[in-house]
Ligand binder design. Structure first.
Ligand SMILES: Nc1ncnc2c1ncn2[C@@H]1O[C@H](COP(=O)(O)OP(=O)(O)O)[C@@H](O)[C@H]1O
Ligand SMILES: [Mg+2]
Length: 232
């Protein structure tokens, strides 16, 4: 459907010279420089609540890594409300849930995309037990395998306060990018979500403030700032 396709546009692909695309590249650069000793190669994105911009952020971030020539895989681990396949006009019939259930192998589920160097692993059919699946040995093995094949692994996840999935994923990756819809989310809510991530010793790479107030500006704004776990 044309209408739903339009909701899933990638500004970094359509208009790489725009201010917003530049902000995504800044996010990419900050992630690359956020660790001196070890390279960040796997990232999960989450936010306290639904519709704060997680999928938009991780998809555009993936495009900017791929545009830099990095072989990148985008995984839709939001098995509650999967959307990443829409951005790349792919089917969601097979994907992560099939892999974790042991029904299919990676080759059957991996999609190339119209963007060079960028691959997509859709969520696959919505399973009854996403958290359990993400907590499995198979998920760890999958990430290890993908590390041998891709330079960057970017993972979408459900809201932190709704379910435990993002906490589980945070323990399996190098870092977490936290998206806040700053026009909507309350300070306490954001704090509660951050606490949950800190409880599992997630490595916070930074916060994206996603401002959807279009009255102030025609284009969406993204800001990024990094902070260490000790600076509360
Ligand atoms: N900065 C933005 N400006 C305008 N619309 C946005 C912005 N970020 C996200 N959206 C829109 O808001 C909706 C929810 O975003 P999405 O990335 O799907 O959120 P989440 O994955 O956190 O649920 C989508 O329709 C998306 O296109
Ligand atoms: Mg989403």
């Amino acid at each position: 459907m044309r209408a739903s396709v339009n909701n899933y546009r990638l500004i970094t692909e359509e208009n790489p010279r725009s201010f917003v695309s530049e902000a995504y590249r800044t996010l990419r650069t900050n992630i690359q420089f956020s660790s001196i000793d070890s390279q960040i190669r796997s990232i999960v994105v989450t936010s306290p609540e639904p519709s704060e911009g997680k999928s938009t952020t991780i998809s555009n971030l993936a495009v900017t890594f791929a545009q830099e020539g990095k072989s990148t895989i985008l995984i839709d681990a939001d098995m509650r409300k999967p959307t990443l396949h829409h951005y790349f006009l792919k089917s969601n019939r097979s994907g992560l849930s099939n892999l974790l259930a042991g029904q299919m192998d990676l080759q059957q589920c991996l999609n190339d995309t119209h963007i060079d160097h960028l691959y997509l692993l859709p969520s696959g059919p919505i399973p009854p037990n996403p958290a359990e699946m993400l907590n499995s040995k198979r998920m760890e093995q999958l990430i290890e395998e993908l590390k041998t094949r891709f330079e960057m692994i970017l993972i979408d996840s459900p809201p932190t306060l709704a379910v435990t999935d993002s906490q589980i994923l945070a323990t399996k990756v190098d870092g977490v990018v936290f998206v806040l819809n700053c026009g909507k989310v309350k300070r306490d809510t954001a704090r509660k979500a951050l606490d949950r991530l800190e409880q599992v010793n997630a490595r916070m790479l930074g916060v994206v403030l996603n401002n959807k107030d279009r009255k102030k500006s025609e284009s969406p704004y993204y800001y990024y700032y990094g902070y260490g776990p000790k600076q509360k």
